[in-house]
Structure formats: C-alpha cells, structure tokens
Ligand binder design. Sequence first.
Ligand code: DOR
Ligand code: ZN
Length: 437
Amino acid sequence: MTGTSQLVLRGVRPYGEGDPVDVLVRDGVIAELGTVDTGADTTIDGNGAVLLPGFVDLHTHLREPGREDTETIESGSRAAALGGYTAVFAMANTTPVADNALVTDHVWRRGQEAGLVDVHPVGAVTVGLDGEKLAELGGMAASAAGVRVFSDDGHCVADPLIMRRALEYATALDVVIAQHAEEPRLTVGAQAHEGPTAARLGLAGWPAFAEESIVARDCLMAGQLGARLHVCHVSTAGTVDVLRWAKARDTTAPGTQVSAEVTPHHLLLDDSRLETFDPVNKVNPPLRTASDAEALRAALAEGVLDCVATDHAPHAVQDKDCEWAAARPGMCGLQTALSVVVQTMVRPGLLDWRGVARVMSERPAEIAGLPDQGRPIAVGEPATLTLVDPDAEWTVRGAELASIAHNTPYEGMVLPGRVLATLLRGNVTAREGRAGR
Ligand code: DOR
Ligand code: ZN
C-alpha cells in the first residue's frame, strides 16, 4: 500500500474479546481503533470476526530451489497467506541446500518478489546437511537475508561436538539453532512410532527415546553454554517432560535458552491412523500415541511448548501414492494449521484467542527475533493481521489447496475456523479464499 491509501476493517474483535470495533489502517499501520467514521479505499466487513496478529511459521518446506514440481516460494507464499501467515521460515533442505549466503539470499529475494508473506530462509547448520562440517553461519547471518535461524531439519545434528560448536557460534552471532531431534543410530530403517501398532503392522519402529535423548543432550549443552536452542516438532510426552525440566532450571530470563514447537498434526492425529497403510500419514517424527498427543496439547496450553509450527512438507504424487516404506515423510499444513488448532485447543477450552495469538504469532516472532511480527493490535503498530471466522466450518479438499502438492492427512475432514483475510503491513494478501496483492 503506497501514498495515503486507507483500509477499514469493520466490526472486528481483537483477540476475540469485547464488542466489535473498527480498525483504520493507513500506510500499513494501525491508525485508529474504535469507531471509524473516515471513508477508505477498501472496506472489509468483519461481522464480529476475531482479529489476531499475523501468524508466524518457524518451520515450512517451500522446496525451491530444486523441487518446484511440489512447491515454489510463490505457491507456498499463497498457501501461507491463505492460512493466515504473514511470515514463514523456509527450511534449508532444498537442492542445492541452503548452506551458504548465495542460496539463502536467493530464497529471500524470491520471497520478496512474491510479496505475500515475509519468507525468511533458514540456513543449514552443516554443509550439505551432512552433519560433519559446520556451514558458514556468520556469512549467512551477515548477508542480505540476515539469517537468524539455522537448522539441518530433515536430519539431526547428531554429532555432539558439531552441535556444541553450532551452539557456540549461535551465541556469538545471536541466532538460534533449531534441532530436528532424532538419534539416527536408533532410527535406522524406521517407518512408524515404535509401539504396539507398528509391531502389529510389521513396521520398523522409531522409538520415542530417539527424540528424547537428543533433546535432553541439547538442553544440557545449551544450558551450560548459555546458548539458544529451539526444538523442532516435539512429538512425545517424554520430550515434554525433558523440556519442562530444562525450562525450570533456566537461570537466565525465562524462556530464553530453550524453546520448542509442536505441529498441528501431532496435536490432532495419532498412530491409529497407520491402520490403513496410507502414506499420507507418514511423517517424521512419526505420529505417536493418543496419550502423547494429549500430553502435547496440555503442554502447549501450559507453555512448556512455546508455539505451533506447521512442518508444511509438500510431496509429489509419486512420492506419496506408493507403498509405505518407499513414501517420503511429510504433510502439507499451511492452510489447515489454524483450523487444527481451533479443533484441538480452542474448542476443548485449552486455549482462548489470546492464547492462539501467543502460540501462532507472538512466541514464534520472539523466538526468531522478528521485530515487526507478532506485535500487539494497537494504534501505531504494523497492520500485519489475520481475520478469523471462529464459527465457520469447512471441508478440507487437498486439490483446492494453493500448494502445488496436495498431500493432506485431513482430506474430507470438516474443520472449524476459517481465515477471512490476511494483511501484511496493510496489504491484503488473502481474502475470501483468494491470495494475491
Ligand atoms: O516429515 C518430514 N518431512 N519431516 C522432516 O523432518 C522433513 C520433511 C520434509 O522435508 O519432507
Ligand atoms: Zn524435521
């Protein structure tokens, strides 16, 4: 939005609280909150819808460069805007790997060109994600993209000495290491959560302690080194216990050393889904037990888990419509995340809309150090916002999602909560199911 163009949101409820108000947006900033008499170039009628700060996804796979047949930065940006996101972190496991400033700057630029969400490249921790040689973290941090989050996601930084060095560099550079916690020696050939279901189905097991042992190790290192650690896609009740313990012993400002995310699919789904052998349910870490999912929901409500991150992982048809063992792990999540959070957290009373703003916007923005995302809804703040109809229900159809790939585990499910509009610094990036500028 340029010049003095104005936009009004009429009859919206910030954080779902109080009577509906109008919001005047001028030059990308919230100019008035209350009753707005001024005319505007654009008016969006809220009809009492819930207004939240724009969502921030710390964990998105956009597949560009390398697998543009499954997602591009443009198509992924559309899916993100439609899902209510205003910033996403694009994981480094692309081809080539985002392990240097050339690739991260390319991703950053392509995100700017698409212009629908702020696309922040995640830099790889090790060269080629091989876990052996540290990448040039400083070069990526100092580049145009200003990389602030580093991860080998898809792979674990398993070597403790490499992880130690990464955490030390991260402290010096004031950046975050996001760990995909999976001790690879314990998951060789693993196909599903290790437990009765996998045993009965004859699938090689991925034990919970392969995640929990790495999280414990890394929390101990981060604590003693005074470094910042972020734990990706927490999937087990045991990891929640480890995080609760690690956070309790953090003697610096609360929550500064260790943070953690949970995915929508680990909140809602469990390994009973495996009975059909449909690879749409194959994901890494795997779907765990129903009691793990219950512990994750409780931990998100409690704050032991800081935020929701999608792990949006689009895959080609041939990589999903095949036998279980050959299928790639991952599920699309950008356009369904809010609805799954409403279903699992808001409807059961575990989170109110303030809580949704915290786990989908404010905490992820803080963790990644984004100054202009996850801001309060107040005069003078950026109009980076998401308008949500809390009562709407919709049927998920993979083919209708904006992603190029359509692998959603929620196909045919009726989910509550719908994004009506998304604004990025006053620009309407999605409205009534259409993304664009
Ligand atoms: O399920 C997953 N898919 N987990 C990961 O860690 C990587 C991701 C992908 O890139 O497809
Ligand atoms: Zn991962």
